[in-house]
Structure formats: structure tokens, C-alpha cells
Write a protein that binds this ligand. Structure first.
Ligand code: ADP
Length: 302
């Protein structure tokens, strides 16, 4: 089916990204709540239509670890992208609490979902994600973990790419090297493996592993990613977890494991028959987030 704006009722704002905002909407004919992302682009109509056509392959991206795609349309110079509403939001908003460690079994389940999702994209759709980071990993109150925002449209990537080197880079060293040297990007699917490793460390630590305040500028920070020691998990995680992260964060992309190998790693094998209370963890994390939200709405007067 095709979605258009007339069928949509905007219910509220979910968040703002680099290129536009995300709203919670109701698709009236189907009576389904969706998340609608608005991407503002300065492109002519034929290019915008090209993007809509390229996004069409998302209808084939149906897997338990991938946020469902409902359709996309354009109005003026905006692309509107409708997807499954994930009612607990992105992982960065649920963690980010340095005092409360993500338990290893939860971290493991999240990691397993990410790897299965990425393997699906690669094997079934022949695409790499290109933008793996905690904001692009969504979760719902059922405890399901799903990936969104992957690089499916070449035209869309090209239009967005320019502003991509920010103060929180999840790019692999080889990708930073080729982008800062302005060469053609030479990275491959193993660059996504690096980004998974960095995301896991961020979830465990509660903050981005190369804290901006440590570096005098973005260049120094990127330099540290390329030449410095790879980040590690905070204390308290198992040897298997540490080994898994170290393998993802190998500087040499050829030494990083494939998705199949990662799924066979003892860290993820232990997830298979484990009973993990994801529902309870999400509920508790949502409560903490709400408490943080309230305190930011009601600042304590000095
Ligand atoms: P970015 O550009 O930083 O990746 P996005 O524009 O993709 O951010 O999303 C902004 C915020 O909107 C996210 O951090 C997330 O909290 C929320 N969001 C995005 N997609 C969904 C969704 N499908 N369901 C619920 N919340 C979402």
C-alpha cells in the first residue's frame, strides 16, 4: 500500500536528528501508530523521486531485528519516511547513566540482535548499514531490539553525507582515514563491525567512549580513533565480553570477525538459551529516563 500525508495524524514529536525531526503519527486507515521521519533536502523533484524509488527495497527488509518500513513520500523538498513506532525509543536515551551498568545478559542480547540484523542486511539485501550507533538502535517495551537508518539509498546517502563527521564519530579508523584524505571510501562491511564494538562500549559505559572534553578538537579525537588504543568495556564484564569487544575494535579491518564468526563467539553463544528479563530492564530504564526528564523540566533553583 502507499502512504500519503492525508491519511496521517501527527500525535507528537519523538526526537530531533541531524536532518529533521521524528514524529509519532497515527495512520488513520490502518489505525497503526508509526514513527514518521522528516528529512529536509535541497534537491530537485527527480532526485527526490529517485530516493523514494530507492527506498522501495526497504519493503523487503523484513526481519525481527529490523524496524519495519511502511512507506515514504515527498512534499516539497522533504522526504517523509514512515516506520514502525518503537515505544521505548533509541538505546542512547535508555542508557547514558554512568552509575547504572547495563547488565551483561542485557548487553549480550542487544548485541546479538544488532549482529543478526546486520547479517540479515548483508546476506539478504546486500547492503551494509553505514551508520551503526546507539541512536540507530531502537527498542520497545516488549524488549525487542531493532536497527533503523541504514544506508539503503545511494542518493539519500550522498545528500546527507557532508555533515557526517561530527563530534561523536562511530566510523572505523579505515573509514576516517579515507574520508579525511578525501579519497573514495574504501570501507567494507567490517567497518560496521567496528561501529558495533564502539556502540557496545558506549552502552556499557553510559557515555561515548572518546569523550570530547578529553580532546582539544575534533581532529585530535579522530586521530585518537585512528592511532590510539581501542576503547574497552568498564570493569565488571566477563572475559568473553571483553574479547568480543576487542575483536570488533581491531584497528585492522581484515582482522575483524565476520558476522557469522561473531554469532559463534562464546559471548553471543551464551545468549541462545538464556532467559533475559528484557521487559523488566526496559521498564526500569524508562522509569529512570522519566525521572531524568522531570528533573530537567523542573530545574532546582540555585
Ligand atoms: P539521528 O539523525 O541522530 O540518527 P533520528 O532523526 O533518526 O536521529 O531520530 C531522532 C530520535 O527520534 C531518536 O533518537 C529516537 O529517540 C527517535 N526515533 C527515531 N525513530 C523512531 C522510531 N521508529 N520509534 C520511536 N522513536 C524513534
Amino acid at each position: 500500500f502507499k502512504i500519503n500525508m492525508d491519511e496521517i495524524e501527527v500525535l507528537g514529536e519523538l526526537g530531533k536528528g541531524n536532518y529533521g525531526s521524528v514524529h509519532k503519527v497515527l495512520h488513520r486507515p490502518l489505525n497503526i501508530e508509526m514513527a514518521m521521519k522528516e528529512i529536509r533536502l535541497e534537491l530537485d523533484e527527480s532526485k527526490l523521486n529517485g530516493i523514494i524509488m530507492e527506498l522501495d527495497i526497504l519493503h523487503r527488509a523484513v526481519a525481527p531485528e529490523i524496524v519495519e518500513f511502511f512507506g515514504a513520500f515527498t512534499i516539497e523538498s522533504c522526504v517523509y519516511y514512515c516506520m514502525e513506532y518503537m515505544n521505548a525509543g533509541s538505546l542512547d536515551t535508555l542508557t547514558g547513566d554512568a552509575h547504572l551498568r547495563v547488565p551483561e545478559d542485557v548487553l549480550r542480547r542487544i548485541t546479538a540482535a544488532m549482529i543478526r540484523g546486520l547479517k540479515f542486511l548483508k546476506d539478504e539485501l546486500q547492503i551494509m548499514h553505514r551508520d551503526v550507533k546507539p541512536t540507530n538502535v531502537l527498542i520497545n517495551k516488549k524488549g525487542e531490539v531493532k536497527l533503523c537508518d541504514f544506508g539503503v539509498s545511494g542518493q539519500l546517502e550522498k545528500s546527507l553525507a557532508k555533515t557526517n563527521i561530527g563530534c561523536q564519530s562511530y566510523m572505523a579508523p579505515e573509514r576516517i582515514k579515507s574520508e579525511t584524505a578525501n579519497q573514495n571510501p574504501t570501507y567494507t562491511v567490517s567497518s560496521d563491525v567496528w561501529s558495533v564494538g564502539l556502540s557496545i562500549v558506549e552502552l556499557a559505559k553510559g557515555c561515548y567512549p572518546y569523550p570530547p572534553e578529553t580532546y582539544s578538537n575534533v581532529f585530535a579525537q579522530l586521530q585518537a580513533i585512528v592511532n590510539g588504543a581501542a576503547p574497552t568495556l568498564p570493569k565488571g564484564y566477563s572475559d568473553d565480553a571483553n574479547d568480543f569487544v576487542a575483536k570488533c575494535l581491531e584497528k585492522d579491518p581484515n582482522r575483524r570477525p565476520t558476522y557469522a564468526q561473531l554469532l559463534e563467539h562464546p559471548f553471543l553463544l551464551a545468549d541462545k538459551d538464556a532467559e533475559v528479563d528484557m521487559v523488566g530492564w526496559v521498564a526500569a530504564a524508562l522509569e529512570r529516563r522519566a525521572a531524568r526528564g522531570i528533573s530537567s523540566l523542573n530545574p532546582i533553583q540555585a
